[in-house]
Design a binder for this molecule. Structure first.
Ligand code: UDP
Ligand code: MG
Length: 317
């Protein structure tokens, strides 16, 4: 299998057939051995009925039906788990992504990249509720994760199998796939792709996702930069907090012991105690984190590095 196209769908009964036929129209001329992995994310409408009907007609169609609605990220993870292609593409099931971009994405992947993300430069979504929050989120994500992309929210992307199979996706992390892949050493590039307005069916998201994206960003940043050394993020906060608290306490003790001033009612005393306490807490949190990091890596034999290739003795070409 050379190419798998992974598509998560949730209540898209009117979209699946036109989309699958459109994708097939693009893939057939490529003369590759391909498959489509459509994941029905617990749809309550006729999506699965449509899919099983199409499955009877097309050998290249694989349908994975989840027991209930697990969310887009889980649906993508399921699709990746069942994809067999050496290259994996993914796109939305609402026909907003344009399958005609796939050949260009594949060509860009061939230029020595491991993942190519789409950039919906002409995004066809409402401005205030969608495009503005997205611009801000993309700036923020690019800045914190060091993976500079214009459009993290675009599902349309292609990647190599080893990248796809090593992604660990939780919650709503599918938006951070390029950053997660980069952390594992993948070369990431982006390419402008077409975007179309939703013609059929309803969008599944509201404004709440902006808040969630910010929380997820915190998690991703922490995992990328500190997952093997959590005490380096908590430790400094603890040292500064504890240190400042200690200075205040020393100053108050000095006043008390040398000048005999009453310090019982001083707000500074309260602050000093608070700072010393939270300082200790941060440092111990860092140490606990260090232990968790060891459990995390050693319990699943997950090395703290990723090997690209090895040139050793033995056979020489
Ligand atoms: N989707 C899914 N499970 C969900 C929500 C969405 O599989 O719980 C799919 C949905 O069918 C679509 C894609 O994820 O194919 C993107 O969803 P949507 O178009 O609603 O997002 P938007 O384009 O509005 O960001
Ligand atoms: Mg959409």
């Amino acid at each position: 299998m050379e190419l798998s196209v992974v598509i998560p769908v949730y209540n898209e009964e009117e979209n699946v057939e036109p989309l699958i036929c459109e994708i097939n129209g693009v893939l057939q001329p490529l003369r590759k051995n391909y498959e489509m992995v459509v994941v029905d994310d617990g749809s309550q409408d006729g999506t699965f009925f449509q899919l099983s009907r199409l499955h009877a007609q097309h050998t290249w169609l694989k349908v994975v039906r989840l027991k209930r609605n697990f969310g887009q990220t889980a649906a993508i993870a399921a699709g990746l788990a069942y994809a067999e292609g050496d290259i994996v593409a993914m796109m939305d099931g609402d026909a907003q992504n344009d399958p005609r971009d796939i050949p260009a994405l594949l060509a860009k992947l061939d230029e020595g990249n491991d993942l190519v993300a789409g950039w919906r430069f002409n995004r066809q979504d409402p401005f205030l509720s969608r495009r503005l929050p997205s611009v801000i989120a993309n700036r923020l994500i690019s800045w914190t994760t060091q993976v500079k992309l214009h459009d993290y929210g675009c599902t349309l992307k292609v990647m190599r199998k080893d990248v796809a199979k090593n992604l660990k996706l939780y919650g709503e992390m599918h938006r951070f796939i390029p950053a997660i892949a980069y952390e594992r050493g993948a070369r990431v590039a982006e390419l402008k792709v077409n975007h179309r307005a939703r013609l059929r069916g309803k969008s599944k998201y509201g404004m709440m996702r902006t808040l969630r994206v910010i929380l997820d960003l915190l998690t991703v940043k922490f995992l990328i930069s500190y997952s093997t050394r959590p005490s380096h993020i908590f430790g400094p906060i603890g040292i500064v907090s504890g240190g400042v608290g200690f200075l205040f306490a020393a100053y108050l003790s000095f006043e008390k012991l040398v000048y005999g001033t009453a310090i019982g009612g001083r707000p500074l005393l309260l602050l000093a105690v608070l700072l010393i306490f939270s300082g200790f807490q941060f440092i111990t949190m860092g140490l606990l984190g260090e232990m968790l990091a060891r459990t995390y890596h050693e319990s699943q034999d997950r090395p703290v590095f990723v090997v690209g290739e090895i040139l050793d003795g033995g056979e020489r070409a």
